[in-house]
Design a binder for this molecule. Structure first.
Ligand code: FES
Length: 494
């Protein structure tokens, strides 16, 4: 019989018995102890750190062969739950309504009074799927390897516990919740609802179903079994119900003028409305803006360099939580590259230009620049940023071409999501992520997808409106455009 060993995760209240030979990461997943594992356990990212016997180990490479205590470093995350000044219409019924935005990185929840629309409580936490990879494809592959339940039930449990916590905070009972609206990208919706995500991994990347759904909660969220669940509609494989929520909260069916909405994460989803037409597209930005795939990259959490400026040739870093710098997140990366471009430390091809002054170093045989303490920016990081920003910029330009306008004809750029909210518009334009002519037209709109879900929870007619808007939106498949590759490559240079 195989030896079994007990693995305890102090400080989390979690422990598990696993067979000898199990990785520490697998043990943590089995115990429900969250370990950040951006590459899904393939040993490439170097981020799944835990401490065993006083030594730092990579949890996906550490094999359990004895009883083990593993400390997972705690990180205080920064969440984006706020939206803009959306007016929430209600159907006037006396009840509670809840809404969730199921993001790849984090989950945001809202509890509202059904008759007044007033927000009673807000909750946010990391998506527990993160221990199966930072990006969608890694998680989908894990799901397809025979573990769909491992990805859906932790999220359902998390939503249930958030709902219970919000009701407690508001001094109300979960049984009073009669509507729960859910938004999220197409892959998240498939994984949550246990639909086969395989079609999202093969051309033409169209999901099994994009329809909105409405069903009675039952076991889905046992805290409020008789509530009605409203799942916002998706549009395409990588333009999901989160974009539908953004379109609704931004009122894309009613705006005048030409408005571009961008939600940048591992995918850049965008929508452009002009002359009464709305077209959406998605571009694979990759995980750089989420801090993955970057040598010192991390989420936008305590210890992350979130902004950088240069004074007297020296970097001055703003760190989330005011602590010592532990890594750099997407907005810091964009600022650092923008500042280094303007001071000639990076040329327009993206090559670093070391001049022998302090701060320059070598990492893994290539140039690097130290930003703060042990946090540096490497030549490879800049290439990752170029890939990400090239994909987004190419998407913006091709979307404009599709609609017959120049980027300069855009009246407003709405930036949705956490990265869009925290990035510096000047850095976004100086690096070419967003066309420079639009710098003074950028408006952050916070968690617009969450706002859309809240609108759908509070008023069924808004849910119907959301369905109608997404049904009439055109979808531009960028990858099928012959000019996409050339435009992408052009857009990579600074
Ligand atoms: S190195 Fe372990 S999850 Fe990436």
């Amino acid at each position: 019989m195989q030896d079994m060993f007990k693995v305890v995760f102090p400080g989390t209240g979690r422990s598990v018995s696993v067979p000898a030979g199990t990785t520490l990461l697998a043990a943590a997943q089995a115990a429900g102890a969250d370990i950040y594992a951006p590459c899904g356990g393939s040993g490439r990212c170097g981020k799944c750190i835990a401490v065993v016997d006083g030594e730092q180990v990579l949890s996906c490479r550490h094999i359990i062969n004895s009883d083990t205590e593993a400390y997972i470093p705690r990180v205080t995350d920064r969440f984006m739950t706020g939206g803009t000044a959306v007016t929430f219409r209600t159907d006037g019924r006396s009840r509670l309504a809840a809404a969730f935005d199921v993001g790849t990185t984090s989950l945001a929840g809202y509890l509202m009074d059904g008759s007044s629309g007033q927000t009673l409580a807000v909750s946010a936490r990391l998506n527990p799927q993160q221990s199966h990879g930072a990006d969608l494809i890694t998680r989908i592959q894990y799901c397809l390897s025979g573990h769909p339940e491992d990805l859906s039930s932790p999220v359902r449990d998390a939503l249930c516990s958030m709902l219970t916590g919000m009701c407690e905070e508001a001094g109300r009972g979960t049984g009073e919740v009669d509507t729960v609206a859910i938004a999220g990208n197409t892959a998240m919706m498939h994984l949550l609802l246990e639909k086969d995500p395989k079609p999202l991994t093969v051309p033409p990347y169209m999901p099994l179903s994009v329809s909105a759904e409405r069903f009675t909660c039952g076991d889905f969220l046992p805290a409020c079994p008789s509530a009605e669940v409203r799942v916002l509609p998706c549009i395409a494989g990588f333009v999901g119900a989160d974009t539908a929520g953004c379109l609704l909260s931004a009122g894309f069916d009613r705006v005048t003028g030409t408005v571009l909405l961008i939600d940048i994460g591992t995918n850049g989803e965008m929508a452009l409305t002009h002359g009464g037409r709305c077209t959406v597209c998605s571009t694979a930005a990759g995980p750089a803006f989420e801090g993955a795939g970057i040598a010192c990259g991390m989420r936008g959490a305590e210890g992350a360099v979130s902004h950088v400026r240069f004074e007297g040739g020296q970097p001055v870093c703003e760190v989330i939580g005011g602590t010592e710098a532990r890594g750099i997140c997407g907005s810091g990366l964009l600022d650092a590259v923008s500042s280094m471009l303007s001071s000639g430390m990076i040329d327009e091809t993206g090559r670093m230009q070391p001049d022998g002054s302090s701060g320059w170093t070598r990492e893994d045989g290539a140039d690097a620049f130290i930003l703060s303490g042990e946090v540096f920016l490497s030549q490879r990081d800049i290439r990752q940023l170029q890939l990400a920003k090239g994909a987004v910029r190419a998407g913006i330009e091709l979307l404009c071409e599709e609609m017959g306008i120049e980027p300069s004809g855009i009246d407003r750029v709405l930036l949705a999501g956490a990265f869009g909210n925290y990035l510096d518009p000047h850095s976004a334009c100086a690096t070419g992520l967003i066309p420079p002519c639009l710098e003074d037209r950028i408006v952050p709109v916070g968690n617009a997808a969450g706002d859309g879900a809240r609108m759908c929870a509070l008023d069924d007619s808004e849910f119907q409106r959301c369905i109608a808007m997404t049904a009439s939106a055109g979808f531009l498949e960028l990858a099928s455009l012959p000019q996409f590759q050339d435009r992408f490559i052009e857009s990579m240079s600074f």
